[in-house]
Design a binder for this molecule. Structure first.
Ligand SMILES: Cc1cc2nc3c(=O)[nH]c(=O)nc-3n(C[C@H](O)[C@H](O)[C@H](O)COP(=O)(O)O)c2cc1C
Length: 184
């Protein structure tokens, strides 16, 4: 039986720096729609991270320390990331590279949310990267909204009964899975 008594802390990371990013909006909607026992924090500092250099892996760059602390504190991550030229955007891969050498990402549960239903290359690549970093993809909690195109609209996401149910349900499934894992 899952222990749902304590608040679950999820860190949501958008792979896009774009102001009007659909991936960021999907994560914002998830934050709004999260059930009472779930707190979703939006990671906001992708653009602050220096370029990863292995020589600096033990340097104490404030933005890197903060990224690692936020990942360490989270019970699980939600990643929503676009595809650029059939790959993962460089700025997002840069963030992941800062996490390769440390303990924070090890066995961290990860759910992928996908705002567009496109970007199969990046999605496959992300899975491979997360697996290689010893993250744990929670397939049941991954969410694709294939019918959202250019007119992506956060308000519609949060108010549309079908879309909001899909998002809520993915978060609830994720939370239940984390609770089950804690009780194993
Ligand atoms: C530089 C660049 C390259 C892109 N390359 C691809 C691509 O290879 N495949 C694809 O499906 N979409 C590609 N796209 C489209 C984006 O993945 C898509 O618009 C995505 O929804 C943008 O996410 P955002 O709204 O969160 O910024 C590209 C967009 C940009 C800006």
């Amino acid at each position: 039986m899952a222990d749902n008594s304590r608040t679950v802390q999820l860190l949501a990371i958008s792979g896009s720096l774009r102001q009007a990013s659909s991936n960021s909006k999907l994560l914002q909607a998830a934050q709004t729609l999260a059930p009472e026992n779930v707190t979703i924090t939006l990671y906001q500092r992708l653009g602050d991270l220096p370029h990863f250099n292995p020589d600096d892996d033990f340097a104490q760059f404030e933005a890197v320390v903060d990224l690692r602390a936020q990942v360490a504190q989270a019970d699980g991550l939600i990643i929503s990331c676009p595809e650029y030229a059939h790959g993962v955007p460089g700025s997002f891969k840069n963030a992941l590279d800062w996490l390769v050498g440390g303990p924070e990402f090890y066995e961290k549960p990860v759910a992928f949310f996908n705002a567009s239903g496109r970007g199969a290359h990046a999605q496959a690549s992300l899975r491979e990267i997360v697996k290689t970093m010893s993250g744990r993809v929670i397939d049941e909690a991954c969410l694709t909204l294939p019918f959202i195109g250019k007119q992506f609209d956060q308000v519609r996401l949060e108010t549309d009964p079908e879309l909001s149910t899909l998002i809520r349900s993915a978060i609830q499934t994720y939370t239940n899975k984390l609770g089950e894992d804690r009780n194993v």
